[in-house]
Design a protein around this ligand. Structure first.
Ligand code: SAM
Length: 349
C-alpha cells in the first residue's frame, strides 16, 4: 500500500476500508497531506463553489444534567455560573440575527430539563412563524423519539448530535451513564424522522488512536449524515480530563479533509475550537474543505458562561462584530459568504 495511491482511490471512489484509513493516518507525510488537501478543497468546490454558509449560534442554556468528563458545563462543574435564556431573549437573538442577514439559527444547549417538549415546541414554532425563510437547527443532546418528533413537527429542520467517538470503550470511558449504542440510535432516529442530521467527533481525546479515528470515519460513512462537526478536544481544568493534552489543529485538519472526501456533499463546519487553538485555525479548515461557520448570536453577558473549554474565543464580541469578523476571515482566504439557509446539496425543503 502507498499513501498516495490510497488518496487517489479515496478521491475517485469516496470510500476506503478501515485498514486503508488507518494506513493513511499512520504514514501520511506533509507532502502527501498537501495532495489530500487539494482534493478535499476541489471536492467542496464541486458542490458548493467558493461559498461558505453562515449560521447564527444561540447558546441558550448551560444547565446540563449530564457529566461528560471533558465538558466545562457538566453537571458536577460546580464553578460554572448557570444561565438559561427566556423565550423573549431567544427571539431577540433571532431578531438581531435576521437583521444581520442570518437565515439559519442554531439553538444549542446543555441537556436542561427546564426545556420540556412543550417549551421547545413553543419557541421553535414561534421562530418559524415569525421568520418564514429561516432554517432552525437544534442541538440539545439525547431525547426520546417522541420528543424528537414533536421538535420536528414544530418546524425544526436540522439536529446536531455529535457521536463524539465511534469507539464504545472510549465513549463509555469519557461519558458517565451514557452509551454509544444509545447515541447512535438517536442519530438513526433523527435521520428517519426527517431531520438534516449532524454527527461528529472530537480529535485528540485522551486514549484516542488512529484505529479509533478510522472507526469515526467508517461510522460517518455508514450513517451518511448531512453535517459532520469535527473539532479538537480542548481540556478544561475544572473537569476530570482537565490534566490531559488536547487535540491539535493539524490532526483536526486531516480529519476534516478525509471526511470531505468520504462524504463529498457534507456540510462541514470550521469550528470555534479550531479558532481557539490557532488564530488562523478556521481559515485553515476552510482551505481543506470546510464550508460552514457558526458565529455567535448569544447575548454577550452570557457568552463566557458557555465555557465548554478554556480560552474560548469571541466571548466578548457583539453579534454584529462577529458577523463582520468572520466574513473578513472568509474573504481573506478567497471564499465568499452565503447568507442563505444553506441546506444540504439536493435537500428537499
Ligand atoms: N448537549 C448537546 C450535546 O450533547 O450534543 C449540545 C451541547 S455540547 C456542549 C456541544 C459539543 O461541545 C459536544 O458535542 C462536544 O463535542 C463539544 N465539547 C464539549 N466539551 C468540549 C471540550 N472540552 N473540547 C472540545 N469540544 C468540547
Amino acid at each position: 500500500m502507498r499513501v498516495l495511491d490510497l488518496i487517489e482511490k479515496l478521491n475517485r471512489e469516496n470510500d476506503l476500508s478501515k485498514e486503508e484509513l488507518v494506513f493513511i493516518l499512520d504514514h501520511i507525510t506533509e507532502e502527501e497531506k498537501q495532495v489530500l488537501y487539494k482534493y478535499s478543497l476541489e471536492t467542496k468546490e464541486k458542490y458548493y463553489g467558493d461559498t461558505v454558509y453562515m449560521r447564527g449560534l444561540i447558546e441558550f442554556t448551560n444547565y446540563c444534567y449530564r457529566n461528560c468528563k471533558y465538558c466545562g458545563i457538566r453537571a458536577e462543574q460546580s464553578e460554572a455560573e448557570r444561565y438559561r435564556l427566556s423565550k423573549d431573549q431567544i427571539m431577540q437573538c433571532c431578531d438581531q440575527g435576521y437583521w444581520l442577514g442570518y437565515r439559519t439559527f442554531v439553538l444549542q444547549g446543555g441537556e436542561d430539563p427546564f426545556f420540556t417538549d412543550e417549551v421547545l415546541v413553543d419557541i421553535i414554532s414561534s421562530i418559524k412563524k415569525r421568520w418564514k425563510d429561516v432554517a432552525v437547527t437544534v442541538s440539545i443532546g439525547e431525547r426520546s423519539e417522541a420528543s424528537y418528533k414533536k421538535i420536528r413537527e414544530a418546524g425544526a429542520d436540522r439536529y446536531l448530535l455529535r457521536h463524539e467517538t465511534a469507539n464504545s470503550d472510549l465513549y463509555e470511558s469519557i461519558h458517565e451513564d451514557m452509551s454509544l449504542a444509545s447515541r447512535k440510535s438517536c442519530l438513526y432516529t433523527l435521520r428517519d424522522i426527517g431531520f438534516q442530521v449532524g454527527a461528529g467527533f472530537m480529535v485528540g481525546i485522551p486514549g484516542q488512536t488512529n484505529d479509533i479515528l478510522a472507526e469515526d470515519l467508517r461510522f460517518i460513512k455508514d450513517l451518511d449524515p448531512h453535517m459532520v462537526g469535527i473539532g479538537p478536544f480542548i481540556p478544561h481544568e475544572k473537569t476530570p480530563l482537565g490534566g490531559f493534552k488536547g487535540g491539535t489543529v493539524e490532526d483536526t485538519l486531516l480529519m476534516l479533509a478525509l471526511t470531505r472526501l468520504m462524504l463529498p456533499k457534507v456540510l462541514l463546519p470550521s469550528t470555534t475550537a479550531l479558532g481557539t487553538l490557532d488564530n488562523k485555525g478556521r481559515e485553515k479548515a476552510l482551505k481543506v474543505g470546510a464550508n460552514v461557520v457558526m458565529p455567535n448570536l448569544s447575548p454577550t453577558n452570557v457568552r463566557e458562561k458557555y465555557e465548554l473549554y478554556q480560552d474560548k474565543i469571541c466571548t466578548g464580541d457583539e453579534a454584529a462584530h462577529c458577523r463582520q469578523c468572520i466574513e473578513g476571515r472568509i474573504n481573506s482566504v478567497g471564499f465568499n459568504v452565503d447568507m442563505g439557509r444553506g441546506d444540504y446539496d439536493g435537500w428537499r425543503k
